[in-house]
Design a protein around this ligand. Structure first.
Ligand code: GLU
Length: 318
């Protein structure tokens, strides 16, 4: 039996029971031994490197997982997607006067480009862009952290999503480069609120802690034209969900976004905690997690698992 649905204009021939395929991809991924766990945030370096999980959540409500899919991990930059969605809903198109929508071609925490471009970040998926989004949230919500947390909990249908305060503290203590980005934007008048408050929100959202199952459910609205398939709530407009997916396609996988589009062909976001979420429009979400990162900052085993699954099922949107 296959699930024939149309994604990106192409039929997907996914078996109803994906479990054996997921199992075999996980076993192959465990033989991939490249990569190194992020240690520039000391609390992340303490995570065991052999955790490995793969989840597929389809829009009909099925969630299939293998490996450590119920173990919560630091989602780090994946949180940029939730923050962006909330800011787009709150301020509308005026957001794009303060942040661009172009790939950066620079490391995610680079400072040079921001100086050249007068404090306007290249896109919301690099650190400068996400700090700017944090400013929008801090400036427009009386309690930006609880607004974000309750939205994320609602999206995954789980009150168990939490923030790891040790990771939050660790980021704050080792956040000199992010502070530099924020103060540089402030010097160009592109940060409205108090810089320390903005940074605190940014570090806090990076410390959101979720499992692959929670993340896959939480991002499903992006595969479903902006509507959360579990609650039936329209989270964002269809247009905005398309726009977020477009940004993920060009900028979601750090400096490997081009290669990811070339070999996988799905909008995706990665974080230095080792998580990767890939959106399959009109079908569902794939989420992989394994802490060791390749030289671009993407999970080495996560890349392997998502590429294998996408190629096996013909999921590319192109
Ligand atoms: N909190 C991390 C930082 O600001 C996020 C990096 C990432 O996951 O890309 O450096």
């Amino acid at each position: 039996m296959t699930n024939d649905v149309i994604s990106g204009g192409q039929p997907i021939h996914a078996p109803d029971n994906l479990q054996p395929l997921l199992e075999s991809i996980l076993q192959q991924a465990l033989t991939v031994n490249d990569g190194k766990v992020a240690d520039y945030i000391p609390a992340l370096a303490e995570v065991k490197s052999d955790y490995c999980a793969l989840t597929v959540a389809t829009l009909d409500g099925n969630v299939m997982s293998v490996g450590d899919a119920d173990k919560a991990f630091s989602i780090q930059s994946i949180s940029k997607v939730f923050g962006l969605m909330l800011a787009m809903e709150r301020v509308g198109d005026s957001l794009w006067e303060r942040v661009q929508m172009e790939p950066s071609g620079q490391p995610f925490n680079s400072i040079v480009q921001l100086e050249w471009e007068q404090g306007i970040p290249r896109n919301p998926m690099i650190n400068a862009g996400a700090i700017l989004i944090s400013d929008v949230l801090v400036s427009h919500y009386s309690a930006s952290k609880s607004a974000l947390l309750s939205m994320v909990r609602g999206l995954c249908g789980s009150e168990e999503v939490y923030v790891d305060y040790r990771v939050h503290e660790s980021e704050r203590e080792h956040g000199a480069r992010n502070s530099a980005l924020a103060y540089l934007m402030k010097s160009f008048n592109n940060i409205e609120s108090d810089v320390e408050e903005v940074l605190d929100h940014y570090f806090w959202q990076c410390a959101l802690t979720m499992s692959t199952e929670q993340l896959a459910r939480g991002m499903a609205f992006l595969a479903n034209r902006g509507k959360c398939p579990h609650s039936g709530r329209q989270i964002t407009t269809h247009r905005d969900s398309q726009r977020i997916n477009a940004l993920l396609s060009t900028s979601g996988m750090y400096d490997q976004s081009g290669q990811f589009a070339f070999t996988v062909g799905l909008p995706a976001k990665s974080g230095v905690g080792g998580g990767i979420v890939a959106i399959v429009p009109d079908y569902g979400v794939i989420c992989a997690w394994s802490p060791p990162l390749n030289s671009y900052g993407n999970s080495a085993r996560g890349m392997y698992m998502i590429r294998e699954l996408a190629n096996n099922l013909g999921l590319s949107v192109y």
